[in-house]
Every structure is written in structure tokens, then in C-alpha cells.
Design a protein around this ligand. Structure first.
Ligand code: NAG
Ligand code: NAG
Ligand code: NAG
Ligand code: NAG
Length: 511
């Protein structure tokens, strides 16, 4: 057995999110850090023997074939996993598998979150497996373009199947142990697909905010961002959306008018956005602040939609009328700035490219290069702004997003539609006939557009939980005393589904 006890307290809770743009990645990191603090606080303040619990989480590695689909290829890579046996009722208790997505996994993935609460209740064995080519689960030359050929969701699902076999052997499991998978965002899609492709291995799957439909031009993302900014239930308004639109038009106007140095000063940029690529980078980063606010509304990072809209619309009377919306956006950027640890807003496109082309494994293990590869080869998901409903700038085009594919990986732009089509043919997209998959989505979350939000009664088995006023993956976090009623109710729904699957499985096994 390759299990060893973990000694240090690492309380980073990984939340998987699928985005592009430098500021968005930073916001994403912040989501994780905030969860880290919360989990730490909770474990130390409210749990008797919290540090003992941590000791139950063990780390292990398995050596996976690099290529599951070519038996002549003998290459392998080390794949990291964690196991938490603290709640498991030996030997017949169920197995809850928390699937890793586009980033590293942490011990805290098995110490906090809704799936952990359910594992405690059902006395389940808790597992998480890191996704190949992310975190530590990569060979030292893994980021070379030729080796990225082994990075795909198909290989990742097969890793899960091999892991299932390995764990079954190690823990002497049998068909009496019912497996349920969990995941959010990309790993939510993997959870749904794992059940779809390997129904004999996993009895039911919860897929939170899971974009199961690949999409090249994901213009609908920003359409929903705009709609969420008008949602009065969370502090939005038509006026707020109009003010955001006006502000971005003003930034665009200033760029066209050759006022780049003024912009750089106002938005605290590290460079003056002289060439078009840097200007696009600036637009993308400013849009990310708004996109990130909507996507993670009320999840304890950055601002809420309510706060953003109050900056964009309050009657402070201190603004000059002609430049009012612009000045409010400057204020928003300052708020972002005060929360980030960057001395200035980096808008160098050259630097972005250099980072994406860097094939040495960084200590920070940024997942950007790998994830960009997966967007080129499998998913698209480009959050463009060419559609008239987009609140930002038409400078954010499909062309600028997809040109990274040939530049970084030699993948031609015109091959992309076929890759997207293949993904949807292979998995079935939102029309897949998956039984016992529970799709959970939030009404504010732009990713709901690529997920399943309506139950299909004809098969009676595609089940959904839709939470009107929450954002991305909100259901997955530890339940909090201060949260919305709708979220409490949604969690209860999810628990009922999981409980009914386990009951059904138990009945089948005694027959
Ligand atoms: C494995 O499980 C089976 C049936 O549950 C049991 O008979 C056997 O003794 C177990 N073996 C070990 C090594 O625990
Ligand atoms: C450039 O910026 C200055 C100072 O903010 C402003 O007075 C001027 O109107 C701007 N020019 C254009 C063309 O936007
Ligand atoms: C309006 O927003 C500005 C910028 O955030 C803030 O300084 C000011 O206090 C706000 N005024 C009111 C009345 O909320
Ligand atoms: C790649 O990244 C590493 C680690 O951050 C850095 O030390 C190295 O200089 C970078 N290489 C290039 C070519 O930028």
C-alpha cells in the first residue's frame, strides 16, 4: 500500500472553476484561499478534536498508464490521491468519490464541504483523486506540447476506473460498497460522465455547476453576467447593467482616442496598453472583475453583485457627470486592487504568452497552460463578447481567444469546431440519457447555460436541483448558518437524492 500519514495541516479547499483571463485565475485562487480560512476556522473552533480528524486523511500515489488506449505505450505518471477513513463503516459502508478537476487537490477536500457532511451521515469512505497533468500528478516533462497529448477527459475518466479497481483491492471492497461520485464545474462534468461511461462502477453522481455541453463560442456566458447584474433579488438593477455598459464603452472610447497613458494611470496598470494585444488584455482583466463578482456572488470573495452595483449606481454626487460611469469602474478596479496582492494590474500580453508557453513545472503549479490545452482540444468555452447582449467590449472576440491554440500548441483554429463536436458526440452533451445523475445549478451562474437545468420526465431519471439565486458551485461548500434559505433547501434535496440512491442500492443487493 502506498498510503502514508499526512502530517501538516494544509487547509486549502479546492474549488474547480473553468475560466480564462489572468484576473479570473487570481479571483479563483482567492476563492480557494477564503475557503481555506473558513475551513481552518471551522475545524479549530467548532470541531472537538479537529486536528485528530486531519490525521485520518492519508495521501497516496498510484502509477497510471500515460495512455490507457495504447497497450504498447509503457509510459506512466504518478497520480496523487487522498483517503479519509474517519467516517467509514467497515466493511459495507458506501464510497464517496470527490473528483479532482483542473488544479491540485488538498487534504481539506476530504475535511469540509457538503460531500463530507453527507459522508459523515452515511458513514462513507471518502476519496479524492487528482486529475492527470494538474497539481503533483504530472511527470516533469508533462507540460511539453507532445506530452499534453495524454491530457484529456477520456484518459481522466479511465484513471478513475483504474483508481476504483485499486481502491477496491486495497480496501477489500465488493459490490456491497456503493460508490457515489461528486464534483463541481469541470469535475462536475466528469462526475456525470463517469456515471455515464462506467455505470457498473458508480451507482449515482452529483454534478454541481457542470458544463456538460462543450461550446466553442460561449457568448451566452456574458449574456448571463448581464442578466445577473439586473437581478433585484441579489442587489442588481437595470441601472447597474447600464452603468457597466457605459463604463466599458468609455474605456473603449479612451483607447480609440489614444488616451492609453491616462487609462494606465486610472486603472493602476503595470504597463501602458499601447498595442492592441495589451489593450485587449486590459479589457479582459476589467471584464474579469465583473465576471468573477457574478460567478462567485456571495461566496465570500471580492465583492457581491450587491456591492458592485452599489459602487456602479449609488448617488454619491461626487462624480463628474460626463465621466461618471468610467470613474465608477475605476473605483471598482481600485477595490479589486486593494484585495489582490499585486502591486499593479499586469496587462502585458507578451508576458501572458510567455507564462503560457513555459513548460517548466512551477512551484505554484498554475493550471493555465493545461486548461488552455483542454479548451483547444475538447471544450472551447471561450467567453466572448461579440454578441450585442454582452455588457463589456466587442474587443473580446473568438478570434483573439482561439489564436492561442496555434500559437501555444500548433492546433489550427479551423480544427476547433470538430473537436467540440466530437466531445458532444462522445458524451451526449445536455441531451445525454444519464440515469441517477443529479445536476445542481445556480440561477446566477453563467455556466448553467451549458448544464442540465430541466428534469426530463420521459426517462424519469435525469434529475435536477435548480437554485434560483445562487452562483457557481455554492451548494458544495460547508453549510453555513447565515446562508440563503434556497441554498439550505437545495442541500436538503441533494441529501434526499443521495439517501434514496443508497437505499435503492441496498435493496438491489439483498434481492
Ligand atoms: C475481504 O472481504 C471478504 C468478504 O467481505 C472476507 O471474506 C475476507 O475475509 C476479506 N479479506 C480481507 C483480507 O480482509
Ligand atoms: C484624454 O484624457 C484627458 C484627461 O483625462 C481628457 O481630458 C481628454 O478628454 C481625453 N481625451 C480623449 C480623446 O478621450
Ligand atoms: C458611493 O460609492 C462610493 C464609491 O464606492 C463611496 O465612496 C461612497 O461612500 C458611496 N456613497 C454612498 C452614499 O453610498
Ligand atoms: C518558466 O517558469 C519558471 C518558474 O516560474 C522560471 O523560473 C523560468 O524562468 C521560466 N522560463 C521562461 C523561459 O520564462
Amino acid at each position: 500500500m502506498l498510503l502514508s500519514s499526512t502530517c501538516c495541516l494544509v487547509f486549502l479547499l479546492l474549488l474547480n472553476h473553468v475560466d480564462t483571463g489572468r484576473v479570473m485565475w487570481k479571483i479563483k485562487e482567492r476563492v480557494r484561499d477564503v475557503q481555506l480560512q473558513k475551513a481552518k476556522q471551522h475545524l479549530l473552533t467548532y470541531t472537538v478534536g479537529g486536528s485528530q480528524l486531519v490525521r485520518h486523511v492519508k495521501e497516496g500515489r498510484i502509477h497510471q498508464p500515460l495512455d490507457h488506449f495504447n497497450q504498447q505505450d509503457i509510459g506512466t505518471f504518478p497520480q496523487k490521491f487522498f483517503v479519509n477513513e474517519a467516517y467509514w463503516q467497515h466493511p459495507d459502508g458506501p464510497v464517496f468519490l470527490f473528483i479532482g478537476g483542473e488544479g491540485p487537490i488538498f487534504e481539506s477536500d476530504l475535511l469540509g464541504g457538503h460531500h463530507v457532511e453527507m459522508a459523515e451521515k452515511h458513514r462513507a469512505l471518502l476519496l479524492t483523486l487528482e486529475h492527470r497533468f494538474y497539481g503533483d500528478s504530472i511527470n516533469s516533462d508533462g507540460l511539453e506540447t507532445e506530452n499534453l497529448a495524454y491530457l484529456s477527459s477520456q484518459q481522466a475518466l479511465t484513471d478513475l476506473a483504474v483508481f476504483h479497481q485499486y481502491i477496491s483491492q486495497t480496501f477489500n471492497l465488493s459490490r456491497r460498497n456503493t460508490w457515489i461520485s461528486f464534483g463541481g464545474s469541470y469535475s462536475g462534468a466528469l462526475s456525470a460522465w463517469f456515471r455515464g461511461k462506467f455505470p457498473h462502477l458508480v451507482y449515482g453522481a452529483v454534478a454541481s455547476s457542470a458544463p456538460v455541453e462543450a461550446k466553442l463560442d460561449f457568448s451566452a456566458y456574458n449574456n448571463i453576467v448581464g442578466l445577473s447584474l439586473t437581478n433585484e433579488a441579489v442587489g442588481g438593477s437595470e441601472k447597474c447593467l447600464a452603468s457597466v455598459q457605459e463604463a466599458f464603452a468609455a474605456v473603449e472610447g479612451a483607447l480609440m482616442g489614444g488616451n492609453a497613458s491616462q487609462l494606465a494611470k486610472d486603472f493602476g496598470c503595470c504597463q501602458i496598453p499601447k498595442d492592441l494585444n495589451d489593450q485587449i488584455e486590459l479589457m479582459e482583466n476589467l471584464a474579469d472583475i465583473v465576471m468573477g463578482t457574478v460567478q462567485y456572488n456571495e461566496e465570500g470573495v471580492l465583492m457581491s453583485i450587491n456591492e458592485l452595483c452599489s459602487v456602479m449606481t449609488n448617488d454619491s454626487g461626487t462624480y463628474v457627470e460626463q465621466t461618471e460611469a468610467y470613474s465608477r469602474l475605476v473605483k471598482l478596479a481600485q477595490i479589486y486592487h486593494s484585495m489582490s496582492e499585486e502591486p499593479c494590474l499586469d496587462i502585458s500580453h507578451e508576458k501572458t504568452l510567455k507564462d503560457l508557453m513555459n513548460t517548466t513545472l512551477h512551484s505554484g503549479r498554475n493550471p493555465e497552460r493545461q486548461w488552455t490545452y483542454q479548451t483547444c482540444t475538447e471544450f472551447g468555452f471561450y467567453q466572448t463578447c461579440e454578441d450585442l447582449t454582452c455588457p463589456f467590449s466587442g474587443m473580446l472576440t473568438l478570434q483573439t481567444s482561439t489564436k492561442l491554440c496555434p500559437m501555444l500548441f500548433g492546433i489550427s483554429q479551423h480544427s476547433l469546431p470538430a473537436h467540440i463536436t466530437f466531445t458532444n458526440t462522445y458524451y451526449g452533451g445536455i441531451g445525454a440519457q444519464t440515469h441517477r445523475v443529479l445536476y445542481v445549478n445556480g440561477g446566477l451562474d453563467p455556466w448553467k447555460e451549458l448544464s442540465v437545468v430541466q428534469a426530463r420526465t420521459e426517462e424519469g431519471q435525469t434529475q435536477v436541483v435548480f437554485i434560483e439565486d445562487t452562483a457557481h458551485c455554492a451548494d458544495m461548500m460547508r453549510s453555513d448558518v447565515t446562508e440563503r434559505h434556497s441554498l439550505k433547501k437545495a442541500r436538503q434535496d441533494i441529501e434526499n437524492h443521495v439517501a434514496s440512491w443508497l437505499k435503492m442500492a441496498a435493496q438491489e443487493k439483498t434481492e
